[in-house]
Design a protein around this ligand. Structure first.
Ligand code: ZN
Length: 99
């Protein structure tokens, strides 16, 4: 993407002291590599917008244990997960045979 350019200007060269731009670039590079991702859609999560989801739903006996917990987007925890469940149920419904 042409509008995405590095913060650090290579024309300025590398000096002994870290510039503010280089500190920002290093921080953002590391933060993006290690950022949390949604267990459902794999997109990055924002620290103020996440839910803890039951891997095995409570209605199927899922417990509130560490092993049954996933960090997900609020949207994925509700709307998207329900849509995927409906799609799976629709595709597993036997089709009527018309003769
Ligand atoms: Zn998600």
């Amino acid at each position: 993407m042409a509008f995405l350019k590095p913060i650090v200007d290579p024309e300025k060269g590398i000096k002994q002291d870290f510039s503010t731009e280089r500190k920002s670039a290093v921080f953002l590079g590391e933060a993006l590599k290690t950022s949390l991702r949604c267990s459902i859609c794999s997109a990055r999560l924002h620290r103020v917008s996440m839910h803890i989801d039951h891997s095995i739903d409570k209605k199927f006996g899922g417990l509130a244990s560490d092993e049954n917990a996933n960090i997900v987007h609020p949207y994925c925890d509700s709307t998207y997960k329900e849509w995927k469940r409906a799609q799976a149920e629709a595709s597993s419904t036997p089709e009527q045979v018309i003769e």
